[in-house]
Structures are given as C-alpha cells and as structure tokens.
Design a protein around this ligand. Structure first.
Ligand code: PBG
Length: 326
C-alpha cells in the first residue's frame, strides 16, 4: 500500500461546498443602526466610513434598504436630544430607541428588533450608570432599577430581544424579574455579559456620542488579559437567566467565543465591534486588502463557535452573499 504521507483530504473544487464546515448566512447577521432623535440628520460617522447616524424621521428609507438586502435583525442605538446625569432618555416611554422600534415594527414587522439596555448614550457624563459623587465611580445598586425601567419601556415599545450591555452586578436577574413582573415573560435576554474594557470601542463612542467625560469603564468591564474571568461571568449570567450570550469584541477574543461555546448551551453572539469594522474598512478602502477579508473574518467568528454576529458589515455581507460569495 502506498500511504500518502500528507493527510490532507483529497478533494476537487466540485466538492468544496459538500465538505465545508462553516457557512455565513443572512440569518446570522445583526445590523446596528444609530438613530438620532433630532429631525433631518443623515450623517456618516467620520471614524466609521459607510456607517450613518440617521434621524427617526428618515428611518423609513434606511429600514427599506435593510429589508430589501435581506437583513433579518437590527439593533438600535440612540442619540437623544438631551442628556442628563440620570440618563432619563434611556427609560422614557417615547425615548429615541423606543420610537425607532415602534417605527420599525409598524413598517417592517418582518425585521427582528433588539434593543441595547444601557445608560451611557443618555448620561451627560457618558458612563453606563449613576455616578457616586464621592468616589466618581458608577454606583451599581442605584443604577439597577433604572436599567429595569429601560428594559421594560423597550419591551413595551415592541422589542423582540432585550440586550443589556451595562455590566452592573446582578443586571440579568433584575431585568428578568422586571420583565416578568410586567408581563414580558416571553421576551428573551441577550446578555453582553462578556464585555472586555477594549480600545476597539473607540469609533462607537464617536458614533453614539458616549465617550466618558472622566475616568474609564475599567471598573465594570473586563480586563483583556483574563480568560477564566469570562467563565465566571458566563456562569453567573446563565444562573441569572440569560438566554443568549454576547462576547465583545470578537476578533481578538475568538478563544473566548470558543470557551463560551464549549461551556454553555445557549446561542453565542459575537459582537464584531466598531474598531474591528473601521480597521478592516480602511484596509479595503485604501486597497491594502481585498474585500473578501470581510467574509473570512465572519467565517472565523462562526468557526470559533458564534451562532450570530452583530456587525456593521451586514449590508456588505448581504450583497456578497447575493453575489454568491461564501
Ligand atoms: C454600550 C455599548 C458600547 C458598544 C455597544 N454597546 C460602548 C461601550 O461599551 O463603550 C460598543 C460597540 C462597538 O464598538 O461597536 N451601550
């Protein structure tokens, strides 16, 4: 017998599809949209070429495009007219994302809507919760009731999924209880429970106008150097009743996505964050890399174990999928 020393699988181009292990489909993609409360704005985010802030009154056109391309799910982020220390815009029944959700549900009931439950886009200091004036730190326990109010107002507006991103201790169980008490037992929680204190969020803070005016988020977000800490966050979120788990950022954290996949049985969501988007977009726009790297990055996240991907590339990807790229 002549054994081939190379154990590479014999295959022809013809059978490539048959033996392919990972596929990216439109169903996997969640598209973030930045919605402005003030009228008449459609403005490209300077640090995120191809991503726009869009006014509520211009949202119809944006949603039309999203639907036509075949994007199935969106997540709205809000840019309110006014911010205050308590972030009241986050839990106002007619706040900007609540209204965006109503518009979306009225015009395109086929699009699934996820709302991000956090205060940082609505506080004038840019932190994710109330600030203790003595320590200048976020006060965990007084923030929790406000997050619950935010989640309930989002569910009332018709959100299909609540995605709390604030990283306060106990946020999943408090929000679960708040949703249940208000008749929203059927609404799932997609927790941003594994969220690293990452410099890759820089462009998002530009887009959402949410850069902290002092301090940073390291007291409530995770150290990029820690892997087992993610395991502990995962365990506590599962215990508190989260239905889906987000890992954020994605590309520098593929090992963490794999850990979550191996150690839980909930759907895993990779958040391909703003800095990851902008790096790749710039490299493509300057001709340094071919556009196909977008798909390669998505395939990597899925191969690492992600079931879904939140990505600013969703429109490009739908176009690529329509053109037959995998
Ligand atoms: C918080 C939130 C942030 C992102 C999503 N939700 C910002 C932060 O933690 O500073 C960042 C996402 C991205 O960079 O694309 N509401």
């Amino acid at each position: 017998m002549n054994f081939d020393r190379h154990r590479r699988m014999r295959r022809t181009a013809f059978m490539r599809d048959m033996v392919r292990e990972t596929r990216v489909t439109k169903e996997d993609l969640i598209y973030p949209i930045f919605v402005v409360e003030a009228d008449g704005v459609k403005k490209e985010v300077p640090s995120m070429k191809g991503v726009f802030q869009v006014s509520l009154n211009l949202l119809e056109k944006e949603l039309e495009e999203v639907s036509r391309l075949g994007i199935k799910s969106v997540i709205f982020f809000g840019i309110p007219n006014e911010k205050d220390p308590e972030g009241t815009g986050a839990y106002h029944d007619h706040g900007v994302v609540q209204e965006a959700c109503r518009i979306s549900k009225r015009l395109h009931p086929e699009i699934l809507v996820i709302l991000d439950t956090c205060l940082c886009e609505y506080t004038d200091h840019g932190h994710c919760g109330l600030i203790d004036s003595e320590t200048e730190d976020v006060d965990n326990d007084s923030t929790l009731p406000l997050l619950v109010r935010t989640a309930v107002s989002q569910a009332k507006a018709g959100a299909d999924i609540i995605a709390p991103s604030n990283m306060m201790d106990g946020f999943v169980s408090e929000i679960r209880k708040g949703l249940d008490d208000n008749g929203f037992t059927h609404i799932p929680i997609m927790s941003y429970g594994i969220k690293y204190a990452s410099k890759f969020y820089g462009p998002f803070r530009d887009a959402a106008d949410s850069t902290p005016s002092f301090g940073d988020r390291r007291t409530y977000q995770m150290d990029p150097a820690n892997r087992f800490e993610a395991q502990r966050e995962l365990e506590s979120d599962l215990e508190e009743g989260c239905d889906m788990m987000i890992v954020k950022p994605a590309l520098s954290y593929l090992d963490i996505i794999r850990d979550v996949r191996n150690n839980s049985n909930v759907p895993v969501v990779a958040y391909n964050v703003s800095g990851e988007y902008s790096m790749t977009r710039n490299a493509i726009d300057t001709g340094l890399l071919d556009e196909e790297v977008i798909m390669e990055q998505m395939v990597s996240m899925k191969r690492a174990g992600a079931d879904m991907i939140i990505t600013y590339f969703a429109k490009d990807l739908c176009r690529m999928i329509d053109e037959g790229m995998e």
